[in-house]
Design a protein around this ligand. Structure first.
Ligand code: HEM
Length: 291
């Protein structure tokens, strides 16, 4: 049986609430963590621990680190490392929101809530620009190998997570011609076909997973968000290490060859965080690595 938190592998999420927390009351941390098994459910929740919290818990997790801001050739990718990350998802927003209430009753006031972002599925998995997102994800048989760390109990089946909230200038994107839009992504919106004559800044050329050495495969589980007049993509990716995200982001920022990803013509990252997602032990999180 797989040790990976099952919802990481599930592709469809009609609705998801993404929450980021800071530890504010260390004195009650042990009691709060002891309560997690009561609120965690494998069929609606995914939990990730940030490096500052893992350090507080004296947990030795290979490869974990805090996200840091990265300066690109034209702009910066800002980091905002939090202690705890939670995604609650399902097909019914009401059910998800009520489950979030249960989580908050458990986590507050040991943790403070930094952000709650509502994500939703748009036209069967498209970004708000209308492009299909996730086409080149590993399939069901490949995904476990792409995301799962290997090691002893407590490490095997755990995964690394990178989360980056992007904000789109959708009016600007929509004002571009079909050709300009397709050139930015490197796939045609009309039929999702990747076309060979796309420019070097095309997003799928920047991030082609096989083009890195070593190859940089990841499982993307991003969802669009809209809040008032602001909107974008909450980029979420899982892998067995943070390497795929970091090499891809650096190339997107132009650090490899001086060419910046076309996405920056209409979108920008607002926050970045890295998290370690524990494995499961039966129906619950395996927290044996935390003291
Ligand atoms: C505004 C934010 C983003 C948008 C709207 C976006 C959208 C897309 C779209 C439409 C595709 C093509 C279809 C697919 O294979 O999924 C794609 C591919 C991909 N994106 Fe993004 N993306 C964003 C950010 C990122 C970031 C930050 C990374 C990694 C650091 C990334 C990594 C990838 C990868 C690995 C692929 C597949 C490339 C391949 O192997 O063909 N994306 N993205």
């Amino acid at each position: 049986m797989s040790l990976i938190q099952p919802l990481i592998l599930k592709a469809e999420h009609g609705y998801a609430s993404f929450l980021r927390f800071s530890l504010v009351n260390p004195a009650s941390l042990a009691t709060c963590l002891a309560e997690l098994p009561k609120v965690y459910q494998i069929d609606d929740s995914v939990v990730g621990f940030g490096q500052p919290l893992l350090a507080q818990l004296k947990a030795d997790i290979p490869g974990v680190k805090a996200a840091s801001s990265i300066q690109g050739i034209n702009r910066i990718s800002p980091a905002n490392q939090d202690d705890l990350w939670l995604r609650v998802s399902g097909s019914d927003p009401g059910v998800v929101m009520l489950r979030v209430q249960q989580w908050l009753a458990t986590l507050l006031p040991t943790f403070s809530l930094n952000e709650q972002l509502e994500g939703f599925c748009h036209r069967k998995g498209r970004d708000l620009t209308g492009y299909e997102d996730g086409t080149e994800n590993p399939d069901e048989t490949e995904a476990p190998e792409v995301v799962a760390m290997t090691g002893d109990k407590g490490i095997a089946g755990s995964t690394m997570l990178a989360v980056q909230k992007w904000q789109h200038q959708l009016d600007h994107f929509n004002s571009l011609s079909n050709q300009q839009q397709d050139d930015i992504i490197g796939r045609r919106k009309s039929d999702n076909v990747e076309f060979p004559e796309s420019p070097a800044y095309a997003h799928v050329r920047r991030t082609a997973q096989e083009s890195f050495s070593p190859e940089a495969f990841m499982l993307r589980r991003s969802l669009p968000w809209i809040k008032g007049q602001d909107c974008g993509l909450n980029f979420v990716c899982f892998a067995s290490s943070l390497y795929p995200f970091e090499v891809q982001l650096k190339r997107m920022l132009g650090l490899e060859d001086g060419i910046e990803d076309g996405l920056f013509q209409f979108s920008r990252p607002l926050t970045t965080g890295y998290y370690w997602c524990p494995a499961i032990d039966g129906e619950n999180l395996d927290l044996s690595r935390l003291s």
